[in-house]
Design a protein. Structure first.
Length: 128
């Protein structure tokens, strides 16, 4: 007996599959399975994976360790997308192999900017 596919179930499934993809990519990158000189010399953190509702597309947010050479790392990941998609598809057994799209994770930068704003004299004066 198959369960009814409610909107809540779809959201939970997308989150679960996104986490599986994140773990799979993190493991592939940590093992150094991608034969790329840029990825071999940079530690990359996969911070989040957002799946489309149909689970066919995955937006992968990454951050190089220390935030250095972000553009070079993104270019290397995009160059090796086909290989990464195959590896993830083998690990995450899903009906469709998700198309991966790599983006820089800007949330750390946004957090730093908010901290700077909150600690500025003008804002501190208004808060007290």
């Amino acid at each position: 007996m198959k369960h009814a596919e409610t909107p809540e179930n779809k959201i939970v499934r997308a989150l679960r599959v996104g986490e599986q993809v994140r773990h799979a990519l993190s493991a592939i990158l940590a093992r150094g399975d991608v034969h790329d000189p840029v990825l071999a010399t940079h530690m990359v953190t996969v911070t989040e994976v957002r799946m489309s509702p149909d689970l066919r597309h995955a937006t992968v947010f990454v951050k190089p360790l220390l935030g250095t050479d972000e553009e070079k790392v993104l270019k290397a990941l995009r160059t090796n997308t086909a290989y990464l998609q195959r590896e993830v598809a083998q690990t995450v057994q899903n009906r469709y192999a998700a198309k991966l799209k790599f983006l820089a994770d800007e949330s750390f930068d946004e957090g730093s900017h908010i901290d700077q704003l909150l600690s500025s004299p003008k804002v501190a004066r208004d808060l007290s």
